[in-house]
Design a protein around this ligand. Structure first.
Ligand SMILES: [Fe+2]
Ligand SMILES: [Fe+2]
Length: 167
């Protein structure tokens, strides 16, 4: 991961990454071959890259995108106990992630909420309303493909580098 991208993630997402709730995400596997935490950090990296490529470099957009990316799957924690099957998980986890976002940050930004809520588009056929949501939706898919092909932005080594920077 470019250091520039890492700096942007830490600038807006340091408190979320350092939270107890986020810390637990490294214990749950995701898409079989990664953890929720590594997937989430990878999505944040892809999302920031998409923003930079498009010139979305204003503070508000970057903060919303980093926050949305870091919180988009927090609600999926404990999926086996919470959801009866994959279909329920697809529908419910974005809503649970919105709750987790509000709990972890104490914020209720309408653009962040909409982005998290609709990140499963088109599986869940409600489109994101804002560009932050489109960036998140795309970054989530790009990252999933990269995870499946072993080329994800964040692996164990990069994760350690990120966590080291929190100190
Ligand atoms: Fe998700
Ligand atoms: Fe995701």
């Amino acid at each position: 991961m470019d250091d520039n991208i890492l700096q942007i993630i830490l600038k807006y997402g340091k408190d979320i990454i350092a939270s107890e709730e986020f810390g637990r995400t490294f214990e749950q596997t995701h898409h079989i071959d990664t953890t929720v935490g590594d997937h989430t950090l990878s999505v944040a990296a892809e999302a920031v890259k998409l923003c930079l490529d498009r010139g979305y470099t204003d503070e508000t957009t970057l903060k919303n995108v980093v926050t949305s990316a870091l919180c988009h799957d927090l609600g999926i924690m404990g999926r086996k106990e919470k959801y009866a099957n994959h279909a329920v998980c697809y529908v419910r986890h974005p809503l649970d992630s919105v709750d987790a976002y509000m709990n972890v940050t104490g914020e209720k930004d309408e653009r962040v909420i909409d982005s998290i809520k609709n990140h499963m588009f088109p599986v869940k056929p409600v489109m994101p309303k804002y560009k932050e949501g489109w960036i998140l939706t795309l970054a989530d898919k790009i990252s999933s493909v990269r995870e499946k092909t072993g080329t994800q932005a964040v692996d164990e080594q990069v994760r350690k580098r990120i966590l080291e920077r929190l100190k």
